[in-house]
Write a protein that binds this ligand. Structure first.
Ligand SMILES: Cc1ncc(COP(=O)(O)O)c(C=O)c1O
Ligand SMILES: [Zn+2]
Length: 422
């Protein structure tokens, strides 16, 4: 079988040589389709291993990404793909993974077990979000370079993103480096550091109050979709808006698998990942799985907003879950609230890809009580010494929540992403 994307909802196939493979061709505006990269096992592929030792993951793992297959299918040489990565953004570096002895001690683990942390706070834009977006940007740059994009470089359509935090900063950072115009759709109430940063990065900021005739859902997402319908490029960190974001997010998982393998670890008890829109957990888990490391996904939400926990409770026994999308996923009814304010998406847009990983890794969803979110936000940075935000320590809140079920000599992994900004 040939490699490509398959829609989890309707089964449509989209080849890797397709320009702008953002959404399923059968999607009709409801965003209840999602193109997922086919599994290696289904196409006779093998484990993901690095190609060389370049510190930039978009170089080292390039052959495994969709933008690369698109480039090569249209005649770009391997050397030119490497140069394209360097020209687009050469700031990506493999982020460190290490056992935190202080956190392990604090949580009562013994020397043979403990807490391994992947510190993503110094990644481009201060979080994992730039990984998701870089694979979209590389696809666009390939298309432009090879004359496959239906626009002239001097009149590029704008990039568009809806976000109030790390994703917007990552998007504006990449857009600025690529000299690409960007529209950012942010909540009416957004203020402070993030808006100042977006301003400084030259993003065009659109505040999005809820309108009286708006359907349910986040108004920033509604305005973003209108911009995309009018011709903007979905520079999104949500798989149903742009499938390529899930592709590039796997670099985090590949690096993690590589780092663990390098120190002789090929399985861990749990991989805790905080879940907002759900793209991060899906990509990380799949990336690790593709390296051959066994790591059950422990997807963490907060008690103030847990639509994935609700979806998983019913979808875990539904073999056709994506076809019955709205039976499992709908917007969180009450006002989402938590100190971990970066994961308050009222819908887990990537719940299907998350549920696939939960099934494949025999994982689970943990709902952290707010007391644990607050404790994690306190001890995360102070004990580990990593300047991580309350959103980035929400995975640790999940570990606190289920610590009694984990043995003192078990190994667990946390994703400390999202630098503390104030
Ligand atoms: C630091 C950090 N960690 C995790 C997440 C969750 O990622 P996702 O929205 O893809 O679930 C976000 C963003 O929402 C984030 O900013
Ligand atoms: Zn479809």
């Amino acid at each position: 079988m040939i490699d490509g994307f398959r829609c989890a909802s309707c089964g449509a196939f989209v080849g890797l040589d397709t320009f702008a493979p953002w959404r399923c061709p059968n999607e009709n505006g409801d965003r209840r389709h999602v193109l997922l990269r086919m599994e290696a096992a289904d196409i006779g592929g093998s484990r993901v291993v690095a190609d060389g030792d370049d510190p930039n993951p978009f170089v080292r793992f390039r052959r495994h990404m969709a933008w690369y297959s698109f480039a090569v299918a249209h005649g770009m040489s391997d050397a030119d793909t490497v140069q394209l990565v360097r020209d687009t953004n050469n700031g990506f570096r493999t982020t460190p993974v290490a056992r935190s002895s202080s956190l392990s001690d604090e949580l009562g683990f013994v020397a043979t077990g403990g807490v391994w942390v992947k510190d993503e706070t110094a990644n481009v834009g201060g979080s994992q979000k730039a990984r998701h977006l870089m694979s979209i940007l590389l696809h666009l740059r390939v298309a432009e370079t090879l004359g496959l994009a239906p626009w002239d470089r001097s009149v590029r359509p704008s990039l568009a993103i809806s976000s109030c935090g790390n994703a917007a900063i990552a998007a504006a950072t990449l857009a600025r480096a690529a000299a690409w115009p960007i529209e950012v759709f942010i909540p009416e109430w957004a203020s402070g550091t993030v808006v100042d940063m977006l301003d400084g990065l030259g993003a065009n900021i659109n505040r999005c109050p809820r309108r009286s005739d708006d359907p349910p859902g986040d108004p920033t997402v509604l305005r973003f979709r209108e911009a995309v319908a009018a011709g903007a490029i979905p520079f999104s960190v949500q798989g149903p808006e742009n499938a390529l974001c899930l592709d590039g997010g796997r670099t985090f998982g590949w690096e993690l698998g590589e780092s663990l393998t390098n120190v002789g670890i090929d399985d861990v008890r749990a991989l805790f990942v905080q879940v907002g829109g759900g793209a991060f957990a899906a990509s990380v888990s799949r990336g690790v799985r593709e390296t051959g490391v066994r790591a059950p996904l422990f997807a963490v939400q907060t008690e103030g907003c847990a639509p994935l926990a609700r979806a998983w409770a019913s979808a875990c026994t539904d073999d056709a879950m994506a076809r019955r999308w709205s039976d499992h996923m709908w917007a969180w009814e009450s006002e989402p609230r938590s100190l971990a304010d970066g994961i308050l998406d009222d819908e887990t847009y990537d719940w299907v890809a998350d549920a696939i990983e939960l099934k494949a890794t025999t994982g689970r969803v943990i709902v952290a009580r707010e007391t644990n979110v607050i404790r994690a936000a306190d001890i995360g940075p102070t004990v580990s010494g990593i300047p991580v935000s309350p959103t980035g320590t929400a995975g640790l809140a999940g570990l606190l929540e289920c610590r009694s079920e984990i043995a003192d000599d078990d190994r667990v992994v946390l994703a400390f992403s999202g630098v503390k900004r104030d």
